[in-house]
Ligand binder design. Structure first.
Ligand SMILES: [Zn+2]
Length: 131
């Protein structure tokens, strides 16, 4: 628990939320600013700032929970599909967005994209791979 973390306060009930589901390790609740109604956030109860700070056993479990919740959110909202998102720049307590999507909801299906200049893709790949 991090005392100045809004999501830690939510898991402890110090800030109200509309709970969707919880167990001993995880908590799921409605985003107060939904992309579409039913937009759910799934978080570990223990505070980890970013995905890369989160232990592997928690990551394995949270993605299995996300899969189960995807079906519940999809069924409950009659969504056509669910988008999972880990934004990384919003609340610094690792969380997964589960966003109900509809084929005609008018939202982007993906981010705006770029084209690689000649050979830039292999340069970037080498930097990522570390060669
Ligand atoms: Zn927290």
């Amino acid at each position: 628990m991090k005392t100045d973390c809004i999501f830690c306060k939510i898991t402890e009930g110090k800030i109200p939320s509309v709970k969707i589901w919880e167990d001993s390790d995880f908590f799921a609740f409605l985003d107060i600013n939904p992309v579409n109604y039913g937009h759910t956030l799934l978080i570990p109860k223990k505070h980890y700032e970013r995905m890369e700070d989160t232990p592997e056993d928690i990551l394995k479990k949270i993605f299995v929970k996300a899969k189960v919740l995807m079906e519940k959110v999809k069924n409950g909202t009659k969504a056509d599909y669910i988008t999972l998102s880990i934004v990384g720049l919003d609340v610094p307590h690792f969380h997964i967005h589960l966003i109900p999507r509809y084929f005609n909801d008018g939202l982007a299906t993906f981010w705006p994209t770029k084209k690689y200049e000649l050979k830039k893709d292999t340069e970037i790949a080498k930097k990522i791979i570390g060669k």
